[in-house]
Structures are given as C-alpha cells and as structure tokens.
Design a binder for this molecule. Structure first.
Ligand SMILES: Cc1cc2nc3c(=O)[nH]c(=O)nc-3n(C[C@H](O)[C@H](O)[C@H](O)COP(=O)(O)OP(=O)(O)OC[C@H]3O[C@@H](n4cnc5c(N)ncnc54)[C@H](O)[C@@H]3O)c2cc1C
Length: 544
C-alpha cells in the first residue's frame, strides 16, 4: 500500500516527538506520520536517568558549558556546533516545560544537579527517571495533535526511498513493514526525519533497549549518506551482569560511596590502575575492567559495598538496592557482578546541527546523527540536550525545505525485493547470528582494541553479513532479520572506522597506537559509492 504525508518521522524518542510537535506548530495544515517499530515509549529516551544539561544556574555560563563539552570531546568537537546547542539550551527547556514535562523543583526553582565533567550545577532532572517523564509528556502532546499527527506503532522501516534530483540524491520517504499483518507499505513524503536512536545492541553487553540496533545508520549509509566517527562508542563501566534480563545501570555514585571493584578471585581491579583507584575517571575504570576480563577470560567483575552499613546502603541507593534484590542480589550482603556495557554512540549519520544530511529531504536528529557536538567523548547529559535542540532547528530547516520542494508525481522505485520476502523458515539461524555478532563486538571491538582483534572481528562480521543478505532475500521478513541486517552493517562500519584511526583519543583506545596524534585531529567519514549501492561492500573512505 502507498501512503502520502507531508512529513515522515522515523522514531518516537525525544528527537522524533519534539520534531513532530514543532513541525505541526509551524505548518498548521500539514499531515505528519510518526513510524516506530515498537510501542511509542520503547526508546532510549525512556531509560535516561540522570538528566538534561542546560545553563540555567546563576553561577553558570554558556562559556563554561561549552568548555566542559570541548574538554570531554578531546579535540574533536566542532566548537560552532557546541556553542549553538549550549546557547539554545535554556529555550528548549522552556519548550519542554510548555509541552508538559515536569522537572524536579526545590522551593519553586528547577533543581540543578551536577554530574562528572560539569564545572557547574546544570543538570535538570525528574527525580532519577528524567527520560520517562520527557517521553510521557511528549507522547501525550503528540496524541493531543491527532488532527495532524498519525502514529504507526509496530511498524519497522526497512529502507529509505531515494531518487536522483538535480545531480543530487533525494529522499522521498521509506519502505515500512509490519510483522503482524505481514504488510509492506511505501510511505512517501518530501521530508523524512531519521530519529532512530542508538546502536548499543550490536554489543552483547549494553545499557540500550532492544530497539537500539543502529537501523538509521545502516539505512542512511545504504542510501548513500556519509557516516562519521563510529569508532567512538561510550561504555558505562558498571552495568549489572545479568544476561537475558533488562540492562540495569549501577550508578558510579556507588564507587563514590566506597564501593570496591574486585576480580572473581578477590583481587582489587583498580589497585595499580590509577592513583585514584576506584574513584578514577569512568574511561580508566572501564579500561581496567576490560583488561582484567580479557586476561582472565571471566565474564564479569564484582562491585562490593557490603562492607558499608546496610541501613546506609538502603537509604543512599534505594532504587539500586531494590532492583538488585529483585534480581537475586542483596547488595548489603554480597558483591554485585558488573560488566562495562555499550552506552552511547558519539558517531552516526553525518548531519548539520539543523539536521540536514547529504540527501535532499533527509534530516536526522538525536543519537543517530553525528554533528560534531560530542567529538571523541560525550559529556554526561549532553545527549538529550543535543537531540532536542537538533529537533527544534531541524523543524525550522525542514519547514523551509517543505515549502520549496515537492515530490515528483512518479518516483521510480525498485520494491521487487519486498515482494519476494514471503517464505517461512526457521528463526534459529537469525537468533544465533545476532548473538554471535554481539559477542564478537563485545569481545574484540569494545573498550581496548588492537589491530589484530579488529581485523579478526571484521572477517567474522563479513561472514555474518553475507549470511544475513541470504536470509534477507529468502526468509520471511521478520523484525529479527531486518535488525540483524542493519546490525551487521553497523558492526562493519564501527570496525572500519576504528581501523582508520591510528591513534588513541577519547573513547577509542587501540594498543598499537596508544598516543594521540594530531595528524588524526579530524572526523572519520565513510560513504558508500553510488555505483556500489546494494552490491556488496566496496566503499570509499574519506577520513580520518
Ligand atoms: C540507560 C540509559 C541512560 C541514559 N541516561 C542519559 C541521561 O541521563 N542524559 C542524557 O543526556 N542521555 C542519556 N542517555 C542517552 C539518551 O537517552 C539517548 O541518547 C537519547 O534518548 C536518544 O534519543 P533519540 O530520540 O535519538 O532515540 P530513542 O529515544 O532511542 O528513540 C529511537 C526511536 O526510533 C525507533 N526506531 C529505531 N529503528 C527503527 C526502524 N527501523 N523503524 C521504525 N522505528 C525505528 C525506536 O523504536 C524508537 O522509537 C541514556 C541512555 C541509556 C540507554
């Protein structure tokens, strides 16, 4: 079936929802579709705990927030982008409040918390469930605009629809599949906003929800857009080791309170790793744990606070205490198994801070995009800020584009692929390959890299990628196979980006090149050449 809209939004996290609301406010007669592959609230946004950074305190300044962001980014942030995002912070917070987000207040004032790397109190939060509150309010606001906004849940986008337009590739919408109805639809729109979030699921250990399979990066890349800086994946040092269950973060405050990291045979992990021992910065701790795990072949290390008073632990960490207990770990009596887990992708689809990509009519916002905001490492609580600012700026640019450009009456599309996806097969191969891919990435492409391990991983990922292309053509389209196809592409792109950067900087640490090298003080950019599109993996590499 064909559906036609003025604006198509892929994704229902903070970026997609905020963009949708801004667009309908600016274009009162426009019709907009939000397509999301699960329930609206099944997003990383919904999981964000800490908060959203903005300069609102009297003792704070735009310059200080910009400096903190640049320091975290290890030389790779784009200063102009950082300045625009930080300057826009206070006004987007006002808009979030106007859409109904209730941030925590103290004595009638917004409560501003502080997080690692920030030199001032500037993190707005809604208790420790900030993302859930933002998602709740924005989903409700979109439902309220049902006159202009249609929401399609359980609809997965397979690929973007592109056509040549004046010497440039343009996007005309997307092919969408619903597993329940086994239906393929073409959604046409002059403007498509890609707001598909992150890619943490390509790793076995991740804090990201199941939807974070890097679909947006993979489909934009297949459509001919450049991707950038994918080697910079941020790992949270201590997520609960509990395979098969929802990921759960063990806050770094536990170490701040006296928690000690130990190996399974009770050796202190941080004893010789850093003068600050367990209070060392996040990346050093994650690297030290990774080293211990690689040497021992164990699956996790232990975080112990059982030496502290039980009453104090329950009072200081009520949520962590309760959740761990629910999963069988009484943290007042025994240590907690933890493992570093993929948390945030600093790289993504190359985009301006106004959301423009290299394809006419294709915009991107949120974690899927690489704008130069985060450089080689993300400052805590800057990702929700960047997502909402991009969505706002993107709505402005997309409106301008919409008012000048239309779609041609006929767009020649090749959807023969989608009519061939009809034959039932066993799903076990897909589940097996997904697990294998995630293990390869966690074992060989995580925190501490070597060229040797990266090359081995690339070889293995290519094999999975070839298998997946076979499944994709011959098995029934299931969300599983669609995601696996995207995960294989994204895994390959992460490894290739890592192999291109012959230095260690920010989140990319490679033992063969342990120093920073200013010859690499530029973005890593990869783009698939048009002539090779849909024909395998020959591509051009423009950077690092
Ligand atoms: C546990 C956790 C805690 C965090 N804490 C913080 C924090 O305190 N502060 C902060 O700034 N950041 C935090 N982050 C990061 C932040 O939450 C994310 O970067 C941000 O929410 C991303 O928003 P988004 O709109 O880009 O994507 P998401 O919120 O992830 O939304 C993506 C949407 O795209 C949809 N989608 C994806 N692929 C397809 C497809 N093929 N077809 C259709 N729909 C698709 C998904 O279903 C989903 O609706 C945290 C992340 C996690 C995982």
């Amino acid at each position: 079936m064909e559906r036609r809209y003025d604006f198509l939004v892929i994704g229902s996290g903070i970026a997609g929802l905020f963009f949708a609301l801004e667009v309908v406010a600016k274009n009162p007669t426009a019709k907009l579709a939000i397509v999301t592959k699960k329930e609206e609230k099944n997003t990383s946004t919904n999981r964000a705990q800490g908060g959203i950074a903005a300069v609102l305190g009297k003792a704070d300044s735009v310059e200080a927030h910009v400096d903190d962001t640049l320091n975290a980014g290890c030389g790779l942030c784009h200063r102009d982008v950082v300045e625009r995002v930080v300057e826009a912070g206070p006004s987007v917070i006002k808009e979030l409040v106007a859409y109904g987000v209730k941030f925590t207040q103290v004595r009638g004032q917004l409560d501003l918390g502080r997080e690692g790397g920030h030199s001032a109190n500037r993190v707005l939060h809604a208790a420790d469930l900030t993302g859930r509150e933002i998602e709740r309010a924005l989903v409700a606001a979109c439902h309220h605009r049902a006159d202009q906004i249609d929401i399609y849940r359980d609809h997965i986008v397979l690929d973007l629809i592109t056509y040549p337009a004046g010497g440039r590739e343009a996007c005309a919408g997307a092919f969408v599949f619903t597993e329940k109805d086994r239906a393929f639809d073409a959604f046409y729109a002059p403007v498509t906003m890609l707001a598909t979030g992150g890619l943490g699921q390509v790793y076995f250990h991740t804090t990201n929800p199941k939807i974070a399979t890097g679909d947006g990066v993979a489909m934009a890349y297949r459509a001919g857009a450049s991707v950038a800086n994918l080697e910079f994946v941020q790992f949270h040092p201590t997520a609960l080791y509990n395979p098969g269950r929802w990921p759960f973060l063990i806050s770094e405050a536990v170490r701040g309170e006296g928690g000690i990291l130990k190996t399974v045979d009770s050796q202190r992990v941080m004893e010789h790793a850093h003068p600050l021992k367990d209070l060392a910065p996040r990346d050093i701790v994650a690297r030290a744990i990774d080293k211990v795990l690689k040497e021992s072949g164990e699956e996790y290390v232990l975080l112990d606070i059982s030496h502290l008073d039980g009453k104090h632990i329950k009072k200081r960490f009520p949520n962590i205490y309760k959740e761990c207990l629910r999963r069988g770990f009484d943290i007042t009596r025994r240590s907690i198994p933890v493992v570093p887990s993929a948390h945030y992708a600093c790289g993504g689809v190359l985009a301006t801070i106004d959301g423009e990509t290299e394809l006419a009519g294709l915009f991107a916002a949120g974690e899927v995009a690489a704008t130069g905001m985060h450089g080689a490492n993300r400052l805590a609580s800057n990702s929700l800020l960047e997502a909402v600012v991009m969505a706002k700026f993107g709505a402005g640019k997309a409106t301008e584009y919409f008012q000048q450009a239309g779609l041609p009456e006929v767009i020649p599309v090749d959807n023969s692929l989608y009519s061939s996806l009809q034959y039932p097969r066993e799903k076990v191969f897909i589940a097996h390959d997904r697990r294998q891919l995630q293990r390869i990435m966690s074992d060989f492409v995580a925190i501490v890299r070597t060229e040797n391990r990266l090359n081995l991983a690339l070889e293995k990922i290519h094999r999975i990628k070839d298998n997946v292309e076979q499944y994709y053509l011959s098995t029934p389209a299931t969300y599983g196979v669609v995601e696996l196809r995207n995960m294989a592409t994204v895994a390959e792109l992460i490894i290739r980006s890592a192999l291109m950067r012959h230095e260690s900087r920010g989140l990319h640490y490679i033992e063969d090149y342990p120093q920073t090298d200013d010859a690499y003080l530029k973005d890593t950019i990869i783009r698939e050449e048009r002539s090779n599109r849909n024909r395998g993996r020959t591509t051009s590499q423009e950077g690092s």
